[in-house]
Design a protein around this ligand. Structure first.
Ligand SMILES: [Zn+2]
Ligand SMILES: [Zn+2]
Length: 265
């Protein structure tokens, strides 16, 4: 089986429930040889740093404040990010960071305030990533235009930017391509109604394709609606091989090369 890389997963949930060993064994059996476990807030960074130290060569990690984790005291968490780059085993990217309109408070005034807070945290993390010369993992939900604007306004090198769980269409993909950034695809690409996401993937092309599970969320077909796990990346990889009309081997090689080069893993 050809080795593939899950470029975006969250292992905290597996660890907490005692399933981590099983999930990693299942992943290895499915040929998912490497994973990037993505930080979302202070609660998971240390765990991911530790897991990554224990499984060098298999597991890499990132740290960052997810937009939905941006609370009133976000600056305290932010102040700790830099220290991870002083460790022997450093994060491979800063993320996931960005903007999320789907989980804002109902009240309009409150919603605006929280969204502004997300923007402030996003700006600061972009500036830090650029200073650390680290790639960034972008989480954008219902806020693609604003995410692009904030990155345009930052000193971030666009070639070190990936929009994870890319769920937009070809127009938005073109905006990323024009800037040299990447889109990474989850199991959503396998959903029946995801034609415009598939068009976006085709536009980006096989040479720049990145794939991920975003486990435990977003299981691909036929596991849709169930908890996702890194092993299911195989489904998405098989689906993408058909989409691009290439062998599983070629799909595995190209996506692995892109992931390895982007994250330096
Ligand atoms: Zn995300
Ligand atoms: Zn995620």
């Amino acid at each position: 089986m050809n080795a593939i890389v899950d470029t975006h997963t969250h292992l905290e949930n597996f660890h907490r429930k005692g399933f981590l060993g099983n999930a990693l064994t299942a992943a290895a059996n499915a040929g998912v040889s490497r994973m990037v476990t993505v930080g979302t807030d202070l609660d998971d960074w240390d765990l991911y740093a530790k897991l990554s130290e224990e499984r060098l060569g298999t597991l890499s990690y990132t740290v960052g404040i997810h937009p939905c984790s941006v609370t009133a005291d976000w600056e305290e968490a932010f102040a700790k990010i830099r220290s991870y780059w002083g460790r022997e085993i450093k994060p491979v990217a800063l993320g996931e960071i960005g903007l999320d309109r789907f989980h804002l408070p109902k009240d309009a005034v409150e919603s605006e305030r929280v969204f502004e807070q997300q923007k402030a945290a996003f700006r600061k993390q972009l500036a830090l990533a650029s200073e650390l010369d680290a790639p960034v993992v972008i989480h954008s939900r219902g806020a693609f235009r604003e995410c692009v604007e904030l990155i345009d306004d930052s000193s971030m090198n666009w070639e070190r930017v990936v929009f994870h769980c890319f769920s937009e269409g070809p127009g938005e993909m073109q905006a990323l391509l024009d800037r040299g950034a990447y889109g990474s695809f989850t199991g959503i690409i396998t959903f029946k109604n995801a034609e415009s996401i598939r068009d976006a993937a085709r536009l980006q092309g096989l040479e720049r394709l990145m794939i991920e599970t975003d486990a435990p969320y977003l299981a691909p077909m036929p596991h849709r609606g169930k908890p996702n796990e890194p092993a299911y990346l195989r489904r998405t990889a098989d689906f993408c091989a058909s989409l691009f009309k290439v062998s599983d081997e070629v799909l595995a090689q190209r996506t692995t090369e892109t992931a390895v080069a982007f994250y330096g893993i």
